[in-house]
Write a protein that binds this ligand. Structure first.
Ligand code: MG
Length: 277
């Protein structure tokens, strides 16, 4: 018996990658099309950032809504996750689109250095985003960019701001943050089982670590995240042609680890989400 693995596709991201490769989908139409290809390749969860018309990171709730509607229409049952990530956005804008009630939204539970600055998530701000997700019945994906964020998530549970079971994502390989080391991932998994019993987890490897981390996740019983947000140059010698191609790389090796891509219905059950409407 193979175990289902939820494959997340992070289709766009916040960095101006269109200048690196035209494969990054930027308009809602491009994003919906790229998501559908990735869905058909085996992804069951999509992580969404939107862009402004000048390619800078966007906050426009209408654009989030447009992508949400298109994905719901063309990718039946796929889990829709909005990013509340900070790069280039004002704090008050970061939760503005949550009123559209996506299935999930990302929630970083602390601050960390990124390659060129601070990813700022002060305690009061984390609490307010978590409260807003509770209000709209949105399941957070807790983004663990540094070790303290795991324990901060456990504290949010104690404060009643985060419901169990918690879904965690360990982000490995961002310069100045957590390195992509297998021992570190194993430590985080072990700790998460103690401080957040019943939690589910995935990990994201950034850039050249992406596929290696995907394989650790398959082997260690976690879920996987891929996509052009994390990795524009997916091989050393050529650019990724699409998000779907990155998803297919995981699907192609899953069986070697006794895993298979989760269907959307399975993914919803694993994460405790309601069946798609
Ligand atoms: Mg993101």
């Amino acid at each position: 018996m193979t175990e289902p693995c939820i494959i997340t596709v992070a289709i766009t991201g916040a960095l101006p990658t269109k200048e690196v490769t035209p494969a990054v989908p930027v308009t809602p139409e491009e994003q919906i099309e790229s998501t559908q290809e990735a869905f058909e390749a085996g992804a069951s969860l999509v992580h969404i950032h939107v862009r402004n018309n000048d390619q800078t990171p966007g906050s426009d709730p209408d654009k989030f809504r447009a992508v949400q509607e298109g994905v719901a229409k063309h990718c039946p049952g796929m889990i829709i996750q909005f990013s509340t990530g900070g790069r280039g956005r004002n704090p008050e804008e970061r939760g503005a689109m949550l009123l559209h009630r996506p299935d999930m939204a990302s929630l970083a539970t602390g601050s960390v250095n990124f390659p060129k600055g601070i990813y700022e998530n002060p305690p009061d701000f984390v609490d307010s985003l978590a409260s807003r997700m509770l209000e709209f019945d949105i399941k957070p994906e807790v983004e663990v960019f540094d070790v303290a964020m795991l324990y901060n998530a456990a504290n949010l549970v104690k404060k009643g701001l985060l419901k169990e079971p918690v879904h965690l994502q360990f982000v490995l390989g961002i310069p100045n943050a957590l390195p992509a080391r297998r021992q570190l991932l194993e430590f985080l998994i072990k700790e998460s089982k103690e401080v957040l019993p019943g939690s589910t987890w995935t990990a994201a490897g950034i850039a050249r670590y992406q596929f290696e981390v995907n394989q650790w996740c398959l082997e260690l019983g976690g879920h996987c995240r891929t996509g052009l947000e994390d990795n524009v140059k997916f091989d050393s010698d050529r650019l990724a042609v699409s998000n779907a191609e990155l998803v297919k790389k995981i699907v192609d090796v899953a069986d070697d680890f006794g895993r298979r891509p989760a269907t959307p219905a399975e993914a919803r059950e694993i994460l405790g989400l309601a069946p798609a409407a």
